[in-house]
Design a protein around this ligand. Structure first.
Ligand code: AMP
Ligand code: ZN
Ligand code: FE
Ligand code: FE
Length: 287
């Protein structure tokens, strides 16, 4: 039987692996398909597509967008998006600027707490256009202000902690539309972490395509619960590890192994919507 991991981050956002390293791990784990879902960027998709092709692994482009509904933060995965779609690229460019400004604001708050971290240290460590809280946390650890990333989040970066800065969020409906306009399928990520189940029927009504029932932080009961909800709301089922690198001494990739029949259903829906999908690794198409 074949398996996939459809939720992965690389160094193009807040993961610690390069696309090549992640693909090598996937090969070792005998995964048959991968999707890259870096936050607010698609830059890793072309190099990852090339690495996967060489490793004989099927690859789907994707991204993870942060959105909001009724004050709840929700994450949306966009699968099979056209990574050259101008509307998507211009929107994510603005989200990246928001992320960069937010890092400066978080650092300013840390400085107010007499922690002399410099924004340039965070940007040097992140070395990407889409920096986030994990980079601030890793910079705090690197400079010796925190013992580990958990401590950095618990003391400073978690919601309502002193260096936490709320991030601009588009509405959930805008996120779904943005993904659809780029030719993708919109999937609600890790619903068991954001816990706003009441919204799922409304999102399904608004065009949501799928639900990430399997996730490394979902309990088996969570997964069963969301499988039932997906069935009731006629949503596709996806799953992935949400790998950001190593956790507890092991790579997180492959900690969720999505049975391949779910991948086939996703692909079938994507083909229905867009019978001639754009190339991932090819040159940018003119608008
Ligand atoms: P951001 O998009 O900048 O708000 O950062 C969100 C990312 O931070 C998530 O994708 C996780 O990778 C990470 N994260 C969130 N909460 C924690 C936590 N308590 N400990 C470690 N990492 C976390
Ligand atoms: Zn992340
Ligand atoms: Fe997420
Ligand atoms: Fe993620």
């Amino acid at each position: 039987m074949s398996f996939a991991d459809l939720h992965l981050h690389t160094r193009f956002s807040d993961g610690t692996y390069t696309p090549d390293e992640l693909t090598a791990e996937a090969r070792r784990l005998d995964l048959a398909a991968l999707a890259l879902t870096d936050h607010d960027t698609v830059e890793g998709c072309a190099p990852m597509a090339i690495a996967c092709q060489a490793a004989d692994i099927e690859f789907f482009s994707g991204t993870e967008l942060t959105a909001e509904l009724d004050g709840h933060e929700l994450h949306f995965l966009g699968y099979f998006i056209d990574i050259h779609n101008q509307n998507l690229l211009s929107k994510i460019a603005t989200f990246q600027v928001v992320r960069q400004n937010r890092v400066r604001e978080m650092v300013a708050r840390l400085n107010h707490l007499n922690i002399p971290l410099e924004a340039s240290a965070v940007f040097a460590l992140a070395n990407c256009r889409s920096p986030g809280r994990p980079h601030v946390g890793r910079a705090l650890v690197q400079a010796g202000f925190c013992a580990n990333l958990d401590e950095a989040f618990d003391r400073f970066l978690k919601r309502h902690r002193p260096a936490w800065v709320p991030k601009f969020k588009m509405s959930a409906f805008e996120a779904i539309e943005l993904i659809h306009r780029a030719g993708g399928l919109a999937v609600l990520a890790h619903p068991g972490l954001n816990r706003y189940d009441q919204a799922i029927p409304e999102l399904a009504e608004a065009g949501l395509d799928g639900l990430e029932c399997f996730h490394s932080k979902h309990s088996p009961e969570n997964s069963q619960h969301y499988l039932r909800l997906a069935h009731e709301c006629r949503l596709l089922v996806t799953g992935g590890s949400d790998c950001h690198g190593m956790s507890k001494g092991r790579p997180t990739i492959g900690s969720v192994r999505l049975p391949f029949h779910y991948v086939l259903s996703l692909k079938a829906r994507a083909m229905e919507l867009n019978p001639t999908p754009p190339a991932v690794a090819g040159p940018p198409q003119s608008p």
